[in-house]
Every structure is written in C-alpha cells, then in structure tokens.
Design a protein around this ligand. Structure first.
Ligand code: PGA
Length: 241
C-alpha cells in the first residue's frame, strides 16, 4: 500500500475520440484544480488515448492491453514502448475479458508484465475467480495461481493488482466488502515482499456501493467498467471514500 487511493476507469471498447474529448472536459470541470482523494486514471482504447489526456495532468492514462513482444512483425499489436510514448503511466494486464475471450494465460501474461516493465509502465494486473471456482471454494487457490505470473516481476517497482471476481464484472452483482477484504488480504500475503503494492477491487462498482467497498473491502481503490463511462458517475465513485 502506498497510501494513495487509485481509481481507474476501464472504458473497454467504448468511447470514440470525440466522446473521449467530451468526457475529459466534463471530468476536468468536475474536479477543477485537481482531485485530492486519490489518483485518477482513464483507460481508453488506444485510438482515444490522446483525446483522453489531460494537459494539466490531473489524471493519468492507462492502456487496456499490450503486446507480449517488444517490436516487429506482429500485425495489429501495440507495444509497451508505443504505449509509454503515447503518455500512459499504467497498463492493464490480464483483464478477465482478455483471459476468457482471448485465451490469455499465465506465461503470456508474465511476458506482457516483462514488456511493461521494460518500458517503465506500471502494470494493473487483474486476478479473479469464476463463479464455478467460487462455488467450489477455490477462490484463494485461483488467486494464488494467477499471481504466479508475477514471480519474475521486480519487487521494488510499484505494482497494482486488481481483484476482479469474474462473476461480478458487468453483472450488477458486486462482491461484498467482506469478500473483497478476504481476497485483498490473501493477495497482500502472497505479495508481502512488494515495496509498493496497491490492491484494487473491480466488478459492478457504482456510486451506491463504492463507499462501503472502500471502507470495508481492504482495497486502495477501484477498477471501474460500466459505471466509468459517465464522468459524473466515475467522479462520484472516486469521491465516495
Ligand atoms: P464493471 O467492469 O465495473 O462493468 O463490472 C469492471 C471491469 O471489468 O474492470
């Protein structure tokens, strides 16, 4: 934990450049000279990174994905260096949609983490159990297995881990603060040697549950999907603590 809460808006495959510009203007007018209850991050599609950038630096940018290769003949891929040069401080790695829809797994994600570090990006590494794993009582084992991709990640660098139970993503059914706290405690134990670790919760966060989750969920902020698509709602979530 480094003491500064982090609120990340994961826009997924939403928001054109024009929409991103309007959102940035709206968010900027809501936070005025700055947001003092933590750090704000927007994670747009690659095409909208520039449009979502705040020239005043009141929020940072994250990419939603990156290539596991450094450069070369990989049509359609985007490298960590390109992402860093585009102004990103963070990159989301291993989001459950990447894992389930695109078959991303441990060794691939470990390579992506390595590429992110080479470019100086801070990974937001996502973990989370499926409904079936939860029902089988194997949540802790799943998180431990997913955390293995961090084995070679340098311990002295800042790291963000997002606990995102798959059953809570986009379902309207958020984890309880107790569920979140149990997972966060387990992750902090596994990653106890990290010098600068922040654990986020993600999965159906909204302005109505944010405060409870932030106060009782053992986390340092949120990774927000659907509810981040309106600047007003995202700002309300970030300001809920
Ligand atoms: P959600 O998505 O807030 O829409 O549940 C969270 C995420 O996928 O990061």
């Amino acid at each position: 934990m480094n003491g500064v809460n982090l609120f990340v808006a994961n826009w997924k495959m939403n928001m054109t450049r024009a929409q991103a510009r309007a959102y940035a203007e709206d968010l900027g007018s809501r936070i005025g000279d700055g947001f003092d209850a933590g750090e704000l991050v927007l994670a747009p599609a690659f095409t909208a990174l520039e449009a979502a950038r705040d020239p005043r630096g009141r929020w940072a940018l994250a990419a939603q994905n990156l290539s596991d290769h450094a450069a070369g003949a990989f049509t359609g891929e985007v490298s960590a260096t390109m992402i860093a040069e585009a102004g990103c401080r963070y990159v989301i790695v291993g989001h459950s949609e990447r894992r389930t829809l695109f078959g991303e797994d441990g060794p691939l994600l470990a390579r992506k983490l390595a590429r992110a570090r080479e470019a100086g990006l801070v990974p937001i590494y996502c973990v989370g159990e499926s409904q079936r794993e939860r029902a089988a009582g194997s949540t802790a084992a799943t998180l431990a297995r997913q955390a293995e991709a961090l084995a070679d990640d340098p311990e002295d660098r800042p790291l963000v881990v997002a606990y995102e139970p798959v059953w809570a993503i986009g379902t309207g059914l958020a984890a309880t603060p107790a569920d979140s706290a149990a997972a966060a405690t387990g992750l902090r134990k596994i990653l106890a040697s990290r010098r600068d670790l922040r654990v986020l919760y993600g999965g159906s966060v909204n302005p109505g549950n944010a405060r409870q989750l932030l106060q009782g969920g053992g986390v340092d902020g949120f990774l927000v999907g659907g509810a981040s698509l309106e600047a007003a709602t995202f700002a309300a979530i970030a300001g809920a603590g």
